[in-house]
Design a binder for this molecule. Structure first.
Ligand code: FE2
Length: 386
């Protein structure tokens, strides 16, 4: 998160004595990425964050790949993913490679008896349906439909949902997820041509230090397996923190679309970047205003990337028979474009209400067995006129 934030009480100088009111010291923790080179925060705990009581067996959670080298465009019906009580059990990985795992989830219950930490990957949750609060050692991040919630690797958290009706698109990235570099100046501040600015971020709030001892289960994902750790102190015992590395929210509805006289390419929709994939937001916007503009995209050859679109809401202008919760995958090297009629249909249209999230990966994606169960099997030939 390229912006400084602080909550709670801190000593005036880092790495110095910070006493508790009733005696004893707070315990400082540096929470950083990329060695000591990436973004970091300094946290002050009531208890040592290292008091491990038990380590359980590890359970392998690597997704089962059904198609290792995919050569077909696919359409997955994401809303067919069944609701499941538990947040971790509800995750269904569908498209994966060594950089990123894309999963769908319809969790019903809040996490009340355990905490979770993904030590493998940054997690970008897109909230399609449902609302609630992400609780973490950094405080709380409330979320509503349309929110991205970015959780850097290593953050210990719990999801608390307001109801049982929740739908999430989850992107696990094995590289840190950033906002696009080209929208930031040398100091990290978002520039005037950025489609969003710092005020749009939902920063952690309501930091509460839990001074509790006992048995606290943290389910830790590392190397594709989940291991149950039991700690002696509550993981949310932080009295204060500051820095740049923390979870935050950003609503897709606060993305201000960049439009033009003729069709603008997908990078204008870019919202997040990594070394290995980008995330774009397709939002309601005015169409191209050249008198002869064709608002539908031209056919294009995404030769060096696989293109994933997750449809959220509205009428997606370039495709037929697409509804909310559908994922399309266009593998690299196979040109794709508007469905029959969509190109012509778009001419003269003034605006679109489409809402979608796109994930373009630079390495090919593999198809999981769970994805095949959602696949309509015929999408790849849907550009033939009937
Ligand atoms: Fe495309």
């Amino acid at each position: 998160m390229p912006i400084y934030h602080r909550l709670g009480n801190l000593p005036p100088k880092r790495h110095t004595i910070f006493e508790k009111p009733d005696g004893g010291l707070h315990y400082e923790q540096l929470f950083g990425t990329i060695g000591f080179d990436g973004m970091s925060s300094l946290l002050y705990h009531l208890h040592r964050p290292t008091m491990v009581k038990q380590v359980g067996e590890s359970v392998d959670k690597r997704p089962q790949v059904a198609v290792e080298r995919n050569m077909k465009s696919r359409k997955l019906h994401g809303f067919k993913v069944a609701p499941v009580d538990d947040f971790l059990d509800s995750r269904v990985p569908v498209l994966i490679n060594s950089d990123v795992h894309v999963s769908l989830a319809a969790p019903r219950h809040s996490m009340t008896d355990y905490f979770y930490k993904n030590a493998d990957a940054d997690e970008l949750l897109f909230v399609h349906e449902g609302s609630g609060t992400l609780k973490s050692m950094f405080g709380e991040v409330p979320f509503v439909p349309g929110d991205y919630v970015l959780i850097p690797r290593g953050v210990i958290y719990q999801m608390h949902f307001d109801t049982e009706d929740n739908r999430l698109l989850i992107t696990e990235s094995f590289h840190p997820i950033y906002t696009p570099k080209r929208y930031r100046n040398h100091f990290g501040q978002l520039l005037e041509h950025s489609p969003f600015c710092e005020r749009d971020y939902v920063l952690p709030r309501n930091l509460q230090a839990h001074d509790e001892m006992g048995d606290f289960l943290i389910r830790i994902k590392k190397q594709g397996q989940i291991t149950d750790y039991v700690y002696a102190s509550h993981p949310f015992d932080v009295v204060g923190w500051d820095g740049y590395n923390f979870p935050f929210g950003f609503s897709i509805h606060n993305f201000e679309p960049i439009t033009g006289r003729v069709h603008q390419p997908p990078p204008v929709h870019q919202t997040f970047e990594t070394k290995a994939f980008v995330v774009c937001s397709f939002c309601p916007r005015l169409y191209d205003y050249h008198p002869k503009a064709i608002p539908a995209p031209y056919n294009h050859s995404n030769i060096d990337s696989d293109e994933v679109l997750y449809y959220v809401d509205g009428d997606f202008m370039s495709r037929n028979d697409i509804g909310p919760g559908v994922i399309t995958l266009h593998p690299g090297g196979i040109p794709h474009g508007p469905h029959p009629g969509a190109y012509e249909r778009s001419i003269g249209k003034k605006d679109t209400d489409e809402l979608a999230v796109m994930i373009d990966t630079f390495k090919p994606l593999q198809i999981t067995q769970a994805a095949l169960d959602l696949d309509d099997g015929v999408y790849w030939k849907s550009w033939m006129e009937h």
